[in-house]
Design a protein around this ligand. Structure first.
Ligand SMILES: Nc1ncnc2c1ncn2[C@@H]1O[C@H](COP(=O)(O)OP(=O)(O)O)[C@@H](O)[C@H]1O
Ligand SMILES: [Mg+2]
Length: 247
């Protein structure tokens, strides 16, 4: 049977405080209570962060730790520190990451998303193809409004890999409507291997592409990712290290 303390915690809607007793030193009553409540608060915050990260749907666990920013060219007036401060989220500005495959776009977009979750923001991460499939499916089922509402509740929408596969007309229109709705309501982080000039080939239709790019680039910071594929470079490094090891 639970203790009276457990019952009280339940009714107060705090976690079971009893678990913290062994962790806290008792010098005087107020300090003891404060330290216990401090641990309870920390636990609640950590749980919320874990929930936010889970709900975001990141495809992998990536952090900013050890991330090499040298392949990235930042636009004027928006430096690395501006990106990392996440102030762009409060200002509902967009970040566009453009560069070849393997240059670290997905990694950085996940790491920023995780950091946003840790700050308490709601994030949703989608690969473009998955988002489009889901939009088409939800439209078929008649639940698209609900789905859109859920997206609009977020602070950040990450759309990864725009441009890797062409999108159907219906898919393009639905994606366009998501981006239009997000416009000035929440931040979008988009990654793409293609410059805007080639976006016609993704969305098929010039008029739609122009309207979409217009919405996106207003309040947008464009980061250019240069350099050789990071994956490729790491593979070469490994190969060289192996060679040296065998000599
Ligand atoms: N600048 C970087 N710093 C640290 N790791 C990187 C960097 N760029 C890429 N990587 C690593 O290389 C791999 C490919 O990066 P990824 O983000 O998937 O590239 P992209 O999305 O641009 O194709 C990942 O495992 C990623 O963690
Ligand atoms: Mg990628």
């Amino acid at each position: 049977m639970g203790s009276r303390l457990s019952e009280i915690c339940k009714e107060l809607k705090v976690c079971d405080l009893e678990q913290f007793i062994p962790e806290v030193e008792l010098n005087e009553p107020k300090q003891f209570l404060t330290d216990i409540m401090e641990l309870a608060l920390k636990e609640r915050r950590n749980r919320r962060i874990a929930r936010l990260i889970k709900r975001a749907g990141f495809p992998a666990a990536k952090t900013l730790e050890g991330y090499d920013f040298s392949p990235i060219t930042f636009p004027e007036g928006f430096q690395r520190s501006d990106l990392l401060s996440l102030n762009f989220i409060d200002r509902k500005e967009n970040v566009l990451m453009i560069g070849a495959v393997g240059t670290g776009k997905t990694h950085l977009s996940i790491a920023l998303g995780v950091k946003a979750c840790m700050t308490g923001y709601e994030v949703k991460f989608y690969r473009t193809a998955d988002l489009v499939n889901e939009l088409v499916e939800k439209q078929r089922l008649g639940t698209i409004d609900k789905f859109m509402k859920a997206i609009m509740k977020c602070n950040v929408l990450v759309i990864d890999e725009v441009g890797y596969v062409p999108i159907s007309k219906q898919g393009s229109e639905l994606l366009f409507s998501v981006i239009s709705k997000c416009y000035e309501n929440l931040s979008i982080i988009i990654t793409s291997n293609l410059e805007f000039g080639s976006w016609n080939s993704i969305f098929g239709e010039a008029r739609l592409t122009t309207a979409l790019v217009d919405r996106l680039i207003h309040h947008c910071h464009i980061l250019n990712f240069q350099g050789k594929s990071y994956r490729f470079q790491q593979a070469i490094k490994r190969k060289n290290a192996m060679k040296e090891g065998s000599e």
